[in-house]
Design a protein around this ligand. Sequence first.
Ligand code: NAP
Length: 658
Amino acid sequence: MDEQTKPTPLPEHREGALQDLLRREAELERHLIDLDVQPLLLVYGHLTGDTATLDRFAPYIKGAWGFEEEVPEEMKAELRRKLVEAFRDYAKSGRPLPPAPSTELLQKMADTAVGTHVPEAYYPMIYDELNFDGKDAKTVKWRKPPPAARLANFKVLVIGAGFSGIAMGAKLKEAGYNFVIVEKNDKVGGTWYENTYPGVAVDTPNHFYSYSFRMDPNWDHYFARGHEILNYINTCYTEMGISDHVRFEQEVVSCTWNGKDAVWDVKIRDKHGNVSEERYNAVISAAGLLNVPAYPNIPGMDDFKGPMFHSARWDHSVDIKGKTVALIGTGASGQQIAPAIAPEVEKLVVFQRSPHWARPNPLIFKQVSDSWKWALANIPYYNKWYRFLLLWATADGLLPQMRTDPNWPETKSLNAENQRIREWLEANIREQCNGDEELIAKVTPKFPPYGKRMLRDGGFLKSLTRDNVELVSGPIQKFTEHGIVDENGEEHQADVIVLATGFKAQCPLYPIEVTGTNGTIRDHWGEDDPRAHLGITVPDFPNLFLIYGPNTNLGHGGSALFHSECQIRYIMQALREMVENNIDVLSVKHEPFEAYNAKLDAEFEGMVWKHPGVTSWYKNKSGRVVTNSPWALSVYHALTAEFDPGEFEQEKADVEAA
Ligand code: NAP
């Protein structure tokens, strides 16, 4: 059954929202005191165009986060007063709220609120992301609506009902496509459904790590826990009304291109093991990148007698209270698990093969206050401008410091800014480790910050100072019946072993067997060398599209969903090209694919991810960076904004049949 509900519109799109706000003026004034200056200033600038006030505030704002301003209290009070006056003025005059700000005003507002110059290249991305008019700017509309029969006969398969898959489904539904989403689990949510380990949470702020077309004022945390994100996904899924299109507990086994009929022959296995054969004109993989657990290959693993499971397959039937737990891996998962379980286990032994850098953030555990939730739900444009601030604060600002300065003498950092970050992170390590020199030496990476994925310090370092936690640094020699032997030959007893050892990130589409016009995807990519044009299409694999494909992971900042939405728009444009123009076969040409990948590989030279001696899931065995995007968000946004049919081989469909 299709059980669509409607989300409450944001206040700028809600009739009478300003009048409501002013009817509750005392409440408004009380809440305003708790809010950050930057989003309030942006709302004020947008409503009034008062650039003189923006200029007066500019010298006091150093960055986009609330903790990066030094505006005097009397000026804050003045801003709040002026804002209420602006609301009154709009309500009294009955004028509609202003549309998107002009580029001139946007420039002044953005530069002031983030404390630095926001380059013009960002403007298209900001307008798209913030949807000032309440319509999804990334929606792809028909240029000449196709005949119903053409649409009905054009069958689309989406693999996976995670964050990206259901957004893809929503767009396909909006445009009227005949599509199916096949999901191996029994519910939606993908990685957020599968990862239920203690402490699971996101480390990108949710007011940005959420759909741009479905901003939510109700997040309880700035960095939400796993269940909160899953709730959001479920709510969106219900609102999207795509449940009729989703088939649960079915797994795509293989996709084989059938050149004769210009379709993908797809084998799908249900939970009973029955395999059905189906045909689709286009296949879109939203299967994710970090979803196939990587199990280590350590001698004696089968000898261990106790329970042992991967972090992404947490066995909740195992009671860890009062037990000795060995945790292998100190990446994003391991660093969340350790502080979450340390207080309840008898002993926790953490095996760290190599240390990771982690940034502190004062909002990491903070709950969103009632005033913030109120403002996000009731103050026009507050939600949008706060999203912009987070987009800026967490994204491209960090990219330049990931490049080596050829004149920089250090090897533990790349340039002056990278060194500054290193010193800041080292100071945090020192503080969290209570000055314990031995521990500090073990957990301080020798490589520059951002060499591996930058983590958020969510209490991992502090947990290592507990009496019941031991950190074992270095490689593991072997497993035994009762525990783990470290590189020095010492055995550490354990009742339970948790493998927080990451995912098979270098082989997208695994384990699906995908066969195109010229061999299988593994013939093309080998075990760990995936490549795609813009991370989305692959030559010799017609009508196949990837979301979160090769080189689209964000290693410097930003939100994975931002990239997904860019890819979804591009895919919708490609499908539109096919449907409107009766194209049967759409296959990216080798030339643009090669040129794109050559440019991409060149871009990685001198970047921190290629720094010698750093191992990470970003690189393959030969050292090529295969998961990350080297581009600024604004660059990838521009690269994917307009589908270019000239880059594709095309074969026309039989118009009669169409
Ligand atoms: P990961 O970052 O790949 O970390 C795996 C850990 O296991 C590393 O510490 C690695 O050591 C260690 N390891 C692997 N094989 C080992 C072996 N044979 N012996 C000893 N140690 C071994 O995996 P993850 O922590 O699951 O995170 C993966 C990605 O998922 C993250 O980078 C992030 O993108 C995403 N994620 C995000 C969040 C979040 O938003 N907060 C949470 C969880 C995951 P080395 O470092 O020495 O290789």
